[in-house]
Design a protein around this ligand. Structure first.
Ligand code: DGP
Length: 113
């Protein structure tokens, strides 16, 4: 996707504070952190959001495999963290490249669910 900021970050065209990378996934610190640890985990391939993930596609497993490693790397595996995916307008998705927020480093307060 030509004009996608997260595609540009994932392919190295734009530099960022990268914390993890493998063949399928890149993770970097959010520009506008909501907690001491706020990391975005994105697939290297462009998906606008989770609605584009097909049943037999293992990208979500790859993303959660990366989250597992990042949690240990960031020392939040014991204290805990929240993973958030915003999909579409009502969820407030602002970047149309599927991404999962890892939020941690403080008590996260009220939950929606
Ligand atoms: P969402 O609302 O779920 O679409 O969250 C998008 C997040 O992406 C938001 O927390 C800010 C972050 N973000 C937007 N542009 C950039 C960028 O260029 N670099 C980084 N590191 N984060 C960005």
């Amino acid at each position: 996707m030509e004009d996608c900021i997260f595609c540009k970050i994932a392919n190295g065209e734009i530099g960022t504070d990268k914390v993890y990378e493998d063949e399928f996934v890149t993770a970097f610190r959010d520009l506008n952190p909501q907690a001491p640890v706020h990391i975005l985990v994105v697939p290297k391939k462009h998906y606008s959001n989770v609605l584009e993930v097909k049943e037999n596609d293992d990208i979500i497993a790859k993303i959660y495999g990366a989250i597992n490693k990042i949690a240990k790397q960031e020392n939040i595996d014991q204290s805990g963290f929240r993973v958030i995916n915003n999909c579409g307008k009502d969820a407030g998705q602002t970047v149309m490249h599927m991404h999962f927020h890892i939020i941690a480093g403080r008590a996260l307060g009220d939950k929606i669910v």
